[in-house]
Design a protein around this ligand. Sequence first.
Ligand SMILES: [Zn+2]
Length: 518
Amino acid sequence: MASRGVLAPILYLVALAVGSVSIAEVCWMSVTSYRSAYALDRLFEAGPALANRVIVVVLDGLRVDRAVGLRAMGALSEQGVSGTMRVTLPSLSNPARAAIVTGAWPEVSGVTNNSDFASPPIQSLFSLAREQGMEISVYGSGFWRRAFRDHIGDSSASSPSGKASSYETADLIAWQADTCAEATALVRNSSAKLQIVGLLAADEAGHVYGGDSDGYREVTAAVDNCLGRLVGAAGEDATIVAVSDHGHIDRWGKGGHGGEEPEVINAPFAMAGPGVRRSEPIKARIVDIAPTVSILLGLPIPANSQGSPLWDALDVPAEHGSALRNLERVQREALGNHLPNREVALAAQREQRLPLAIASCAWFLWLAVVSLSRSRPLASIAIAAMVFVAAYYALFFLLQLGYSMSSMVRQEYIYFFLGRLVAVAAMAFGAAAYCLRRLVGPGNGPVIRLSTLVTSVFAILVTVTYYIHGLRMVDWMIEIVPGFKAYLHLLSILGVVLATIAAVAANSFVGRNEARAS
Ligand SMILES: [Zn+2]
């Protein structure tokens, strides 16, 4: 067993694995360390208020199909308007919450994920209300205070005082009832003209039980019940905007969000009260909430708002119609002049990636062809490669992985998810290497050629995504769906290389024992 011929290719494969993991890390870091450079620092004019008081109720993780038939959502829809909103990508709560109060998509707000972000350096409904001396009140996720401390001030924000004692449906509902009592008291006793109330229980149930489950159904009904109580506590002079921040998938009895599945990327909303007229269901975007609330409260439209006031749903007195629409026109025009052209910028980035993409593709294609051409008989490596593909996808499915951020279940589970992925690639390669050994007999050469072929194919797939979409977040949001898939391919390379080293070590061990025995 010549270890001389093995060392160089093993070193190459290790370097490839280290490089792949490093690239994956750099790509994810480019999202979490992203800071928006798009602040437009200009205070726009405001119109007359259409409403006296606006309460935005954020129903965390309520799915569109679950909102159908809910009593309080139905009542709002009956008196005003309802519909669906396209949420942010990634479809995570914090990027969506930031969008609700700034009107800006993640690349402009800078809130690109749930864990690492800076305070959005842009205007929000909070900062604009405070500038006008308007009282605000925020209840719900700690995100609001963390991201908008300077806009909100310490005293106006609070979070639920208790936590759910477990994820059992009954405990989630009990927790929901406690937080509802706090929120309702706050709404009843507050004189704030702008109030945000976040109800978090539906999202927890969605994660634990899945978006199609009975547990989710029960908890969402309790959340809707709370929405009804909030509407009652608010009284008739309040305008209610109820909106979800994302939906939930349902896979193997678990939920999750972050990806682009239709049940995740669309969220229900309903609004009613002074300033809102009865209208047909509408399709909107989550960035439309901030400018709509601005028009309702007579606040300037947030300078970085990329949304539009929901004019079809607003009850605008005829004498103010053109003046109010002009507010939007002026803001959108100024923002349009301020923001660079996304398509042009992305096309330029793609062009810059071309030389490296061609070089990378050529290198890995050459390696793949060499691995194939040196394999005797050729069919053996082809069969082993097919075994790898079959085992990889079978295990990928069995271990409940998926090519969407939603399949992580929660962002905090990312390392558990990635650990399983590396194990899948390693086990699949182990199966393929075993099959190869049965076909051509023992030896490290065939295993290394198979490993080079498989890792090269993964690398080519990553290179194609690199060229088309880019892997790092540079100035603009990366394409989450192909980006996440490329991320998984990069980590699969690690799994294959680990299994290769194990196979070579086992081969050498068995070879030495056989030599000793003869
Ligand atoms: Zn969630």
